[in-house]
Write a protein that binds this ligand. Structure first.
Ligand code: TXA
Ligand code: MG
Length: 310
């Protein structure tokens, strides 16, 4: 997608005035504000109706910019070199003299940081002298937005500006990894965690069911399209929506295909827009056929399981 400089300048001016805007990323759209500004960060929580104790991810242009705010270690450097910019978020220790707003972290001593790859948002970040705090640009607990029109559907005129960036190329939120001690995955995401294991050269635990929730992407009810979802279904009634991983010869108006050939990357990219489309088409429930539980299929299943706890 071509970079439109006047759009980027408009975004920049609003951010400098502590306003919140939507930004495109390769994972999902974000609802962004100056991470050093209490005013901007407070607005993000209000707009999103997000509980105050759910901390935000902070988005940087490059490693150098992060050094003021966080300490890091060898594992961070290995993963940064291999995957950044890209769909991975690191939990690191926050430095005492960091300027990050207390609203971002809810006074926690850790910070979630990410280096998004989308060229428009990278261009914007390069022009700012502060990083951007940004949760996914959807109403709390609902399906994330992968197009500007989804952001509009959720927020209408409440958001001052949406920086257009086309459809998100990955379509699933970033993979979150806690690197403070022994690396552990807190949220499966758009980067296959087996690639992370290869780079770190060790098995990495997935913290699925923590007694203490440290990433509310782990809360049961999340990513919900607002109607019941059932998984691993082979037969459906005509009035329910049926999501299939690969195209079939038989096409019915209630069939929704995530991919032509069962490609998991393509399916990931189409998942959230399909869930939103089904809701718009006024189906009352959703059945999903079996999705292979490997690679990005693991993340797709993770999101569908959470969405099914309706
Ligand atoms: O792909 C993404 O990660 C997108 C784009 C916009 O970057 N952002 C996103 O943000 O998914 P959000 O707020 O919807 O999810 C961030 C998750 C939440 O589950 C939050 O609890 C967790 O990150 N998180 C943030 N700070 C944390 C911290 N210090 N420790 C543990 N988890 C944290
Ligand atoms: Mg979210």
């Amino acid at each position: 997608m071509k970079i439109n400089l006047s759009n980027i300048k408009k975004a920049k001016n609003l951010l400098f005035n502590s306003e919140c805007i939507a930004i495109p990323t390769e994972t999902v759209y974000g609802l962004a504000g100056n991470a050093y500004s209490d005013k901007a960060c407070k607005k993000i929580f209000t707009l999103k109706k997000r509980p105050k104790n759910n901390p935000l991810i902070v988005h940087y242009h490059k490693f150098q910019d992060l050094k003021k705010d966080c300490s890091f270690n060898k594992n961070f450097i290995k993963l940064y070199k291999k995957f950044c910019p890209g769909p991975i978020t690191f939990i690191l220790d926050l430095k005492k003299n960091s300027k990050i707003s207390k609203f971002v972290t809810n006074k926690k001593k850790t910070l979630a940081v990410r280096f998004p790859k989308h060229p428009i948002t990278r261009n914007l970040l390069k022009r700012l002298n502060f990083p951007l705090a940004a949760p996914s640009a959807n109403l709390s607990k609902r399906v994330s937005a992968v197009c500007s029109s989804h952001v509009k559907d959720d927020f209408g005129k409440k958001i001052k500006y949406i920086l257009e960036g086309g459809k998100s190329s990955i379509g699933l939120e970033s993979t979150i990894i806690d690197l403070r001690t022994k690396p552990k995955i807190l949220r499966l995401g758009g980067l296959d965690f087996s690639a992370i294991q290869r780079v770190l050269n060790q098995k990495v635990k997935i913290q699925n069911n923590p007694s203490k929730i440290s990433a509310p992407g782990q809360f049961k009810l999340h990513y919900s399209p607002g109607i019941p979802i059932k998984l691993n279904i082979r037969k459906v009634k005509d009035d329910e929506a049926y999501i299939l991983i690969r195209e079939k010869k038989i096409k019915k108006s209630n069939y929704y295909f995530l991919s032509r050939k069962g490609d998991l990357k393509e399916a990931a990219k189409n998942l959230y827009s399909t869930l939103r489309k089904i809701k718009k088409n006024k189906h009352l429930s959703i059945s999903v056929s079996k999705i292979p539980n490997k690679g990005l299929g693991k993340t797709i299943n993770d999101r569908l399981i959470r969405a099914s706890k309706f």
